[in-house]
Every structure is written in C-alpha cells, then in structure tokens.
Design a protein. Structure first.
Length: 177
C-alpha cells in the first residue's frame, strides 16, 4: 500500500525532476525540447517564476511497515507545474498546467490525482482558467484532460519537428473559478 502527497519543488528535488524531464526530451514527443536540459536550465524554468505559480513533486510513500517494521520509503513519482500561460498582465488569471510522471509510474491513477491537486492549487492561487498544451501524439494525456472536463480550444498543425516528424499540438482549457 502507498500514499501520495505533493511537496513544493525545492533544490534537493531538482536532479530527480531533471532526470524525469530529460527522459521525455530524449525518448518522446511529450516535450518539444530536442536537447537535454542542464540542471541550471531546469532550475530557471521551475524556480524563476512569480510566486503564485507553483511546482510540486509527486511523492509516493511505500508502506514497508506491513512487511517489516520499517518507515515508509518515499519515491519521487513525478512532478507537476502551474506556470505562466503568457508573459502579459491580462493573462495573470490564466495558468498552464503540466504533469510529468516518472517512467514506470503511469497507469496508477497519479495523473488524475495530480490534476485534481493542480486545480485546487490553481483555485487557491486565484486562477480563473487552466490550460494544458499537449502534443497530439500523446493520447494518454489528451484522454486525461478530457476525462477531467478540459475542452479542446486550439489545434496547431505541424508547429514542431522532432525525430524526423512534423508534430501538432492541441490546447485544452478548463474554467476553474
């Protein structure tokens, strides 16, 4: 049995967050980066944002006490972001949401729990709209956002190029407040 909790991303979590992200850069079209990020670049992306935009690690605590009287073992299962949608003041009521799960952590319901948490954090931070932008090859993410009431509001054709393919993105939005 395990429990899930969310903790603000701090310096100590950045190497694990970077490892998760770089996996997606190197192996998938989930990220449109084509070169691996450095720790400094990841730090800037996550830490150098206005205070009401939040980033969290997803911590799964495995309960080892059932088998032996050991303490729960925390595992970083992924991370989630609430970031600026655009860098203009009128957009301050809108945020972009992102979920990155560590390989091997998908299919456990973490995406839904993370999205619910992001929406609650978004309401608490005063956001009115959340937007998710997804590569259209990422059927699992699209299904997640649609299942949680996000509506497709934009489709941009062939705006990315990675792995020798032209890629589309779609944006999904949900009014939360």
């Amino acid at each position: 049995m395990s429990t899930i909790r969310f903790a603000p991303i701090e310096e100590q979590y950045l190497p694990e967050v970077l490892s998760i992200y770089n996996h997606y850069v190197e192996h998938t079209t989930v990220s449109f980066h084509t070169e691996l990020l450095s720790l400094a670049q990841m730090r800037a992306q996550i830490m150098d944002v206005p205070a009401h935009y939040k980033s969290y690690v997803i911590i799964e605590e495995q309960d080892a006490s059932v088998v032996s009287n050991a303490e729960p073992t925390p595992v970083i299962a992924g991370y989630i972001l609430i970031t600026p949608h655009k860098n203009k003041q009128a957009y301050d009521v809108t945020a972009e949401v992102t979920i990155y799960l560590k390989p091997g952590q998908t299919g456990k319901g973490l995406g839904g729990k993370s999205l619910t948490f992001l929406e609650q954090a978004g309401v608490a931070s005063g956001f009115h709209v959340l937007i998710a932008t997804v590569c259209t090859e990422n059927a699992n993410s699209i299904a997640l956002f649609e299942r949680y009431g996000y509506e497709k509001c934009a489709h941009f054709r062939e705006v990315g190029y990675k792995f020798g393919r032209r890629l589309d993105i779609a944006s999904y939005q949900k009014i939360i407040g």
